[in-house]
Design a protein around this ligand. Sequence first.
Ligand code: DGJ
Length: 733
Amino acid sequence: MTLPPDPDLRPPPGTPGATAGALGRVLHLRAAGVSLVVQLHTTSTPTVLHWGADLGDLSEAALADLALSGRTARANNDLDEPQPVRLLPEQAWGWNGRPGLSGHRAGTAWSTRFAPTAALVEEGDGGGRLVLDAVDAEAGLALTLELELLPSGLLRHRATLTNTGAAEYEVADLALALPVPPVATEVFDLAGRWAKERVPQRRPLTVGAHVRENRRGRTGPDAPLVLAVGTQGFGFRTGEVWATHTAFSGNHRSSVEKLSSGTTTLAAGELLLPGEVRLASGEGYRTPWVFGAWSDEGLDGIAARFHRHLRARPHHPPRPRPVVVNTWEAVYFDLDLERLLDLARAAAQVGAERYVLDDGWFRHRRSDDAGLGDWYVDEGIWPQGLHPLVDGVRALGLEFGLWVEPEMVNPDSDLVRAHPDWVLRTGGRTPLPSRQQQVLDLGNPDAYAHVLARLDAILTEYEIAYLKWDHNRDLLEAGSGPSGRAGVHAQTLAVYRLLDELRARHPGVEIESCSSGGLRVDLEILEHTDRVWGSDCLDPLERQQIQRWTTQLVPPELIGSHVGASPSHTTHRSSDLSFRAGTALFASFGVETDLTRMDPAEREELARWVALYKEVRELLHTGTLVRADDHDPSFLVHGTVAPDGGDGLFAVVQLGTPDTSVPGRVRLPGLSPQAEYEVSAQAPGDVPAVRGGKDLPWLASGVRMNGRTLAAVGVAAPALQPQQLVLLRTRRL
Ligand code: DGJ
């Protein structure tokens, strides 16, 4: 649990823009239209005075007055001197809401009062950061807070707590809090379930706490993704919004709390299980990064900040996102070399670029009942190993990818038979099975070394460009080692280490984070992987919504979306190929159906969609996400506009049957107001089934309109039948 020294925490002395001894100052950081004003108290952790609109250049005197102007009047029954909420809310400073730190040392040191000892500030053109050290000598604890405003205008923070006392200190909870102003009156976040991940929910922000807790040991289908508050009626394009995201793939908690005083805070962090973090003398615990996003342009403004941040990472995938063909819904466990090679040939024919062998290839894996943990190519099906398939696929010009689920085991496996103690468990019992599987205890160094060695061996033997890394059960009663102490925290960090170690050994390999579909989607897993699988549901009607809300955090190029079969394997709903392909188009595109049995005409149509994806992927994967505020729940409009406001591609999507016979005009927001555009239908997404069968006059010829008119007035949409979409291309003239 002792944390290694972190070279990034403090820049070497003399670093430009870095000032030590900033205590007592009011700090003003600015980036991308955001101001973050923080008062660095000399006796407590800081107070965030403003997080929101850029305030422009402010003098020291103006900042001091900004601090003074926020001091509240003393109400009846209040503290003699009212106190603002601190970044680490503490009772010692009058806070009677959810505490920033919960913990104790055998019942003592349960209430802290941290006093700062040093503050280091780095200020630059695009944001800056604060590193603040504080101690509570009485409690025997030291704390380091990091707060950064990033060039994207996002802020992020984390805390490190160190036990400086002699006896063990148990941490129950550590979460910093960001205040939001009283104009925020509504709460928004996401819930969901398997195959219907990320379902929006909304309610008024009232006194009390709206708390979202996750004890699944993985991010979950119902993770809030972003927990946002905003001004009344905020939408995709309008309203002021403050949002938070916890970058962690284990248990986590996000909350917004409004006290009866009116003070409202957003807090988030890891959810620790009982006794999970017990610090011996000198040991420390560090929270995950927690992100904050502000926008006065609604939820799209929030999404734009996250996308900009992710796209600026040095390890953001630099290459165009390849067209994937995945074998899962094509053949499931029915693996046969010739059939798989036929599929590869059909994949190459439609223009695919990457072929992923999904599940079933390793020892004992004839169904999902057995084999997890036995990471050796099954000699029965593959007498020559995977070589004939890998070579065959590569000879067709496709990259080869392989499915693995390294964190899991089946009790029916050689691994568990040899090492029954390598399974997470507690209380002398094995957790209830889920998909006939249990979780490998990666906190056990031998288990960790074993799985690392096996994956390394496979990646060394075969030319593998891509791993689909799956994780198919919740972590229940996840006790580690012989003591059975709660182990989700250690397990989550071990998974990150395992991914990093493999990536270091095999730098060219890309990794997809999959977890029963889209159950591990968060910003920390994306630090260790290259794409998330959006959902096991390929039904475009569901996928439209799943992608609409997943892109609230993750840009489309990092979200896997495949064209599946009709009827859909998860919902049994039938759909046209154009609806399936036009939905997958707006993500990291792939195909997951038996192409060898597809009707030739349909296969040709699919090839046209693949060609379109290749043509527009740069636009879709670098552009700005646009979601129009809908007035009719039967349809939605979304699109992408090039960063310079040039070209755009929009989809008008009819979900259900409308109540009115003609849809009227749909607005196409997000383009440059002054620029002139040619608007036309984009093939092959230009021939949807329509009601009445009459062509729209403007669609035949196209129209020329400026961005302001397209956003304010829009164009008449075709009277689409349900589950149809039309693509509209906007080209700047
Ligand atoms: C669950 C994943 O979400 C699916 O895409 C597929 O990879 C299966 N596991 C394979 O078992």
